[in-house]
Ligand binder design. Structure first.
Ligand SMILES: [Zn+2]
Length: 130
């Protein structure tokens, strides 16, 4: 799925996806099929709290991510796939920070800039051109 946001938030989307795909290292993290992967959100990207959280993504082949019809499968087996403890940690984090608001004294755009810089640093650390 594409559909990156505009502006700084979109830059975060692209960096997040780049890191998630690279981390999968050329294999679907669900079924193990080698080949190109898509960056899949565990909790959908509508939740800003976890939208760019690197815990909230895995690289999946097109079949595992969206199936034949291109519709997001919803991945009922995420808890099994990433572990129940990690899944619950992430779910609670998302729930406790939704609706999302940036830290006190920070604008939402300031938050996206901070997130972009953090993701950029991670991408460079991983040896990706960012
Ligand atoms: Zn797969």
């Amino acid at each position: 799925m594409s559909g990156y946001a505009k502006g700084t938030k979109g830059a975060c989307d692209r960096l997040w996806a780049q890191i998630i795909r690279a981390r999968a290292n050329g294999c679907c993290e669900r079924c193990g099929t080698p080949g190109p992967v898509q960056a899949a959100h565990i909790f959908r990207k509508g939740y800003n709290a976890t939208r760019h959280d690197l815990r909230n993504g895995r690289g999946l082949c097109g079949n595992c991510h969206t199936g034949q019809d291109g519709v997001d499968l919803g991945m009922w087996d995420w808890p099994e796939l990433i572990g129940v403890v990690e899944y619950e940690d992430l779910r609670l984090f998302m729930r406790n920070n939704t609706p999302f608001s940036p830290p006190a004294g920070m604008t939402l755009d300031g938050w996206w800039q901070h997130t972009r810089d953090t993701l950029k640093t991670e991408a460079v650390f991983m040896g990706l051109a960012a």
